[in-house]
Design a protein around this ligand. Structure first.
Ligand SMILES: [Zn+2]
Length: 431
């Protein structure tokens, strides 16, 4: 009997896999059992106790398709109108933490795979399902571990993961997104040094906090160069056209004026702005020890997100244009942007199936993420990865803000759409 995705999702929500600490093995064991009931073997990889990632293989043959999703969730926090771990199904909605990020995708991938098995769909290739630990804390015990130590177990021609924005409606037309890439990170620490002194005679000392305040204020006013990568250019042109805005030419110089007139939701507009330039956000500052001591040291943590072609040298060069030489710049973590080709026939197949299932006059557009997902580990290892965020027509728009927030939930229609998409994609690619 078909195991419906809403049943799987409801069960998964009731398994608390809040990270930290994670306890993703409990999710992996639940899924292992589900596959065992269908006569399918699976494997759990556990780099640390309790931090398991599940790998299942269905079918055999030279073609390989990887369906990946993460099994951990962020802490629920307070202020919910229902129990975040109830998994309650009511009025066509599944309720709880992880319903949209990303146990919905786990449930849809698993349900699609089980349906293919149950219907004895002939596959001339392998469908690999991997439910990975630790995404919400960087993925180093999940996707990162697999990419580093067990890449052969998940090596595939293509991977499908989370990562795209949910669909939007423009002039009555539903727009679906397929994520093809992610910006990189260049997290940095800035250090200001001064000379300590008595707080009652500040002019005799040299205040490091004041120096840093100046630097942070300049960072806030930084205007990054606009960079238009082909996928984002296509996205902007298509959105303009759908909004009825005629554009003759669209180069980096025209991007900001286009963003001024596009009648879109503020959150999407600001995402588009971030997709077209490096962003610099000073998010933590530490300095000083006592009210009456002029501080001789201050440091700030800066979240910097980069586009293709923007390495640490580029970032340093840009920062040096605006902050003084006195401030030291240190890079703590650099992860390059990762991209997959939107010209691939597999991408076109994803577009085709999306439109076929969405019906009407829906549109499908490539998008890039301003943040990161587990896809970066596999793109970095040569496996093209694409992100989806498919939701059904008429899905509850309020749910957009519930990811990592309060009252997270998903409608069953959207869950069924995701499942149907994944089932059809596996059937067509591997069939
Ligand atoms: Zn996620």
């Amino acid at each position: 009997m078909t195991v419906l995705p809403e049943k799987i999702l409801s069960d998964l929500i009731r398994i608390d896999s809040t990270n930290p600490p994670g306890n993703e093995t409990t999710v992996a064991l639940y899924l292992k059992n589900l596959f065992a009931e269908a006569g399918i073997d699976s494997e759990i990889i556990e780099p640390e106790q309790g931090r398991g990632t599940l790998i299942v293989r269905i079918g055999s043959g030279p073609k390989k398709l990887l369906y990946m999703a993460h099994s951990d969730v962020v802490p629920a926090g307070d202020g919910w109108d229902f129990d975040p771990f109830s998994g309650e199904i009511k009025n066509g909605i599944v309720h709880g933490r992880g319903a949209l990020d990303c146990k919905d995708l786990v449930a849809a991938q698993v349900s699609a795979a089980l349906q293919l098995v149950e219907e004895k769909t002939p596959l001339r290739g392998e469908l690999i399902i991997s439910t990975m630990a630790d995404e919400e804390k960087g993925g180093h015990l999940g996707a990162g571990y697999l990419a580093a130590k067990h890449l052969d177990k998940v090596r595939a021609d293509f991977a499908v993961n989370e990562g795209a924005e949910q669909p939007i409606e423009v002039n009555g037309r539903l727009i679906y997104f397929l994520q093809v890439g992610e910006k990189g990170t260049a997290w940095s620490t800035l250090k200001a040094r001064g000379r300590a002194g008595h707080g009652s005679v500040p002019t005799l000392a040299d205040n490091a906090v004041v120096k840093m305040a100046r630097a942070v204020s300049r960072l806030n006013n930084y205007r990054a160069e606009v960079v238009l990568i082909p996928e984002v250019e296509k996205l902007l042109r298509s959105l303009a056209e759908l909004c009825g805005i005629a554009i003759d030419s669209l180069g980096p110089n025209e991007v900001d004026s286009l963003l001024e007139v596009l009648p879109l939701d503020k959150a999407l507009l600001e995402s588009l702005r971030s997709m077209t330039r490096m962003t610099v956000s000073p998010n933590m500052i530490k300095g000083g020890t006592k009210t009456n001591i002029v501080p001789d040291y201050c440091e700030a943590e800066v979240d910097i997100r980069v586009l293709p072609g923007q390495d640490c040298d580029y970032v340093e060069k840009e920062l040096r244009l605006i902050i003084s030489k006195e401030i030291e710049i240190e890079f703590n973590e650099y992860q390059p942007p990762t991209f997959s080709d939107s010209g691939e026939s597999f991408f076109k197949l994803m577009e085709e199936i999306t439109l076929q299932l969405a019906g009407g006059d829906a549109v499908c557009l490539p998008v890039i993420s301003t943040g990161g997902t587990d896809s970066k580990f596999f793109r970095g290892a040569g496996i093209p990865a694409y992100g989806i965020g498919h939701m059904a027509r008429d899905f509850d728009q309020q749910t957009r803000t519930t990811i990592h927030g309060r009252n997270e939930r998903i409608d069953i229609a959207s869950l069924h759409l995701k499942t149907a998409f994944l089932k059809e994609l596996a059937r067509r690619y591997l069939g």
